[in-house]
Design a protein around this ligand. Sequence first.
Ligand code: 3EB
Length: 314
Amino acid sequence: MLSNFLSTATAEQLIAEPDALSVTQFSGAATPAPSIPCSRVAQITEQAGFEVWKEADGIVERGMSGNCIWSRSEHLQFIAYSLPLGRSGDFEKTTKVAYDEILSFIEKSPHVELVRFWNYIPHINHGSGDQENYKRFCSGRLAAFTQHDLQDQHFPAASAVGHYIDGITIYALTASSKPTYHANPRQVDAFSYPRQYGPSSPSFARACTIDLADQHLCFISGTASILGHDSVHQGDLRLQLYTTNDNILYLLQETGFHTDSIQTLRVYLRDPNDYHECKSIVEELYPNANAIFTHADICRADLLVEIECFCTSA
Ligand code: 3EB
C-alpha cells in the first residue's frame, strides 16, 4: 500500500523505517543518506519537514547504482538522481545525460514501467526564447526518451519546476505492471504543443493511473492555468487557481477518480508572498486533502502556480 505524507520526524528516524521508499527534505541543509532517495528539492513556505513515500506492507530494498539512488518494493521503485550542470552549464546536455542514465538504470531493473517523474531545475526561466533553461531541459529530455524508444503515448506523468539549489534533480517512480496514461480534453497534449513553446515539446502525460493488488493509484501531473495550449489569467492568482482546479477535476473524471480520493496535493508557488491567499483558496477547493506548499518557479514565466495530486482508491 503506497502512502505519501509530510513528517517532522528526523531523517534518521524516517530512513530507519524498513518500508520507507523515499524521504525528501523541503528545507534546511541537504543530507542525502547513501541508502535511500533523500534530497532537498526546494524551499517550502512555512512548513518544514520531510515528504515520505511509504510502501506500508512491503519490505523495501535499497541501493545506489552510479548516480541513481534507488529503493524498491515488490511492485514499485523510486529513484532519486542529481547531476551538477558542470562548467558548460549546458541544460540540454546535462538533462540528456541524466535521463539516459536514469532510463538505462530502469531498463535493467525489475520495475521498467514509467509512472511519475519529478524534475527540479535551477533558474528554470533564465535565458530568452529557445535558450530558456526549461526549453533546453525539454530538448535534452525528449532526446533521451527518443534514444530509449519511448513514444508520446508512453510518457510518464510529470512535473518540472524550479528549485534553489545547483544542478538538476530528478525523482522517478516506476512499476512492474503497465500503467495507463491519460490526456486532459481541455488541454492540448504537452507533447503536441505548437512550436512557439520551444523546439522540443515537453514529454509528459497529464495523468497516469496504475492498478496494484490492493490499490488503484492516480498521479495527476503538475497542472496549471492552461487552456488548449495558452496560459490564461496572467497575473491573477485566484483565477489561475480556479482554472487549475477545473483542469484537475477534468483529469479526475477522465481517470475515474473522485475528488475524495485525493490524498496529497503539492502546490508550487512562484511568489512566497502569495502563500496566505493561495492557502485559503486551496483549502476552500480541497477541504479534505493534505496540501504541501512549495516555493518554486513554474516552467512558464507567465504562470504563478501549479498543482499536482496523488490519489488512491481501494
Ligand atoms: C504545462 O501544462 C505546465 O515539463 O514535465 C506541467 C507538468 C508542466 C510537467 C514537464 C510541465 C511539465 O505545460 C508545465
